[in-house]
Design a protein around this ligand. Sequence first.
Ligand code: PLP
Length: 201
Amino acid sequence: MEASGHVAIPIPVDEFGLNPASLPAGEWAGTGTWDVAETPDAVVVTPGHQYPLGGTMPVSRRLELLRWARQHRAVVIEDDYDSELRYTGQPLPALAALDTDRDSVVTLGSFTKVLGNGVGVGHLVAPDDLLPRLHTLRTELGSPVSAVAQRAIARFMDSGHLQRHTARMRRAIADAARSSPTRWRTFPVWPWCPWPVVRTP
Ligand SMILES: Cc1ncc(COP(=O)(O)O)c(C=O)c1O
């Protein structure tokens, strides 16, 4: 992002990921406070699984984030990382699914976790008015994914196999977590975080 000329501003997170209440309505002064002149153009979030602490953003915060984005005409870039492989409870709706006006969210994802990193296919869902610019950018960058792989994944999704496979994976991971309490729960931070997190002084 910085390489393309943007200024990245860190936002604090807690066990539920980004807290929309801490999003600014002004210009970053670089000192922990914001001036009121300018708001960010975009917010990047991993609501399914805040990386690296593992928190999941609840629906109330997702709705609050979307309200903030609409109010400030900002784009929410949703890195839909690990959202399907939650092993306690059901996956929560993606921000893109909650964005009923379909004008604030760009969702990015890949099949690395559910199918394997050898697949090398990602996806992006964006509001209609951003598509021409994204098409141009994609054309300029070239396609790293073969048409055969793209069609194979599309058929896998259309046939419902991906959904069934993901549900099976969730059950297998939940079983593994239950039967390996020492490996998975030595340092429980949040019950849904699949790896230990250690606080250092
Ligand atoms: C924050 C975040 N987003 C997305 C991904 C998934 O990236 P990829 O699908 O290229 O493995 C990862 C992988 O660990 C990640 O840490």
